[in-house]
Design a protein around this ligand. Structure first.
Ligand code: ZN
Length: 255
C-alpha cells in the first residue's frame, strides 16, 4: 500500500499542512485490514471516512469500525433489498447505539440487477428505509443506477431533506434538481464528460467527493485526487475544495 507522500508526488502537487479531506463513501469493511487503511488515510489528511453497509453482515462490520474519524451508514442495498420489519428494526438499533452511525445507506434502486432482484421488491425496501430515515431524522445515502429519475421521484414523495447521491451518474438536469432539493452530488474517482458537464451546473456547496473503495483498487486516500479534479473544474484550489467538501459533510451529517 502506498503512503501519502508517494500519492502526493504522483499527483504532482503539494497539500498544505492541516487541510482536511473527507471520503463521503467507501466500504472500509471490505479491506483485509480496515483499521490500517483508515489510519493511513488519517495520516494523509483524510480525516473523515464514511463507510457504507449493504446487508446485515456488512452493516455489523461497519458498525464496529465506526469510531474516531470513521463514520458509518447502514442499510440494505438494492442487491440485498428487504422490507422485512425485523431487518429494518435492526438498522434502527445500529443508529441508536453508536453515535458514529450517522445515516441510512446505501439504499436505492438499480436497474442493472432486476434479473436477480425485482424492481417492486427494490422499491418496497427503499421506501421502508426512507420511512425509517424520516422517523429518525437522519440523512440517506442513495445508490441510483440507471434509475435516477425514479429515485428522485420517490425522495420527493417521501419529503427527504438530506440525501447524498453516491456515485452520481445523472446529467445536467438531475444535478440541478439535486441542488434545488438541497441534496448532494457525490463524485467518484471515475471521470466522465457527462459528469463534468453536470458538475458545472451546480455550486461547490452541493458537491462532495468519494472513492467507493476498495472498488477499482482505490483506498480512501485517493479521495484527494477526486477533490483535486473537482477543484480544477471549479477553478479553485485543492485545499479550498477539500475544506469546503469536509465542511459540507460535517454539516450534512451533523458530525
Ligand atoms: Zn458503494
Amino acid at each position: 500500500m502506498e503512503g501519502v507522500s508517494q500519492l502526493v508526488s504522483k499527483m504532482n502537487f503539494a497539500i498544505e499542512e492541516g487541510v482536511e479531506f473527507s471520503d463521503a463513501h467507501c466500504h472500509l469493511d471490505l479491506f483485509s485490514d480496515p483499521e490500517r487503511v483508515a489510519s493511513e488515510a488519517r495520516k494523509g489528511n483524510v480525516g473523515i471516512i464514511i463507510t457504507a453497509g449493504s446487508n446485515a453482515e456488512s452493516n455489523l462490520r461497519n458498525f464496529r469500525l465506526a469510531k474516531g474519524g470513521v463514520y458509518g451508514v447502514v442499510g440494505l442495498s438494492p442487491d440485498f433489498a428487504s422490507s422485512d420489519s425485523a431487518q429494518i428494526e435492526h438498522l434502527a438499533g445500529f443508529l441508536k447505539t453508536n453515535r458514529n452511525i450517522i445515516g441510512i445507506g446505501e439504499i436505492g434502486l438499480d436497474a442493472t440487477i432486476i434479473s436477480e432482484v425485482e424492481m417492486d421488491a427494490q422499491i418496497r425496501a427503499f421506501e421502508a428505509q426512507l420511512d425509517l430515515a424520516v422517523d429518525l431524522h437522519v440523512p440517506v445515502v442513495v445508490h441510483a443506477r440507471k434509475m435516477i429519475g425514479e429515485v428522485i421521484r420517490i425522495l420527493k414523495e417521501k419529503s427527504i431533506e438530506n440525501a447524498v447521491f453516491h456515485y452520481f451518474e445523472g446529467g445536467e438536469e438531475e444535478a440541478r434538481t439535486v441542488e434545488k432539493e438541497g441534496w448532494l452530488v457525490s463524485v467518484p474517482p471515475v471521470d466522465s464528460s457527462r459528469r463534468r458537464r453536470a458538475l458545472r451546473e451546480i455550486g461547490i456547496e452541493s458537491i462532495v467527493a468519494e472513492t467507493d473503495s476498495p472498488a477499482v483498487g482505490k483506498t480512501p486516500l485517493d479521495v484527494i485526487k477526486v477533490v483535486s479534479d473537482i477543484a480544477v473544474l471549479k477553478g479553485v484550489s485543492t485545499e479550498e475544495t477539500g475544506a469546503e467538501t469536509t465542511k459540507t459533510i460535517k454539516e450534512y451529517f451533523y458530525i
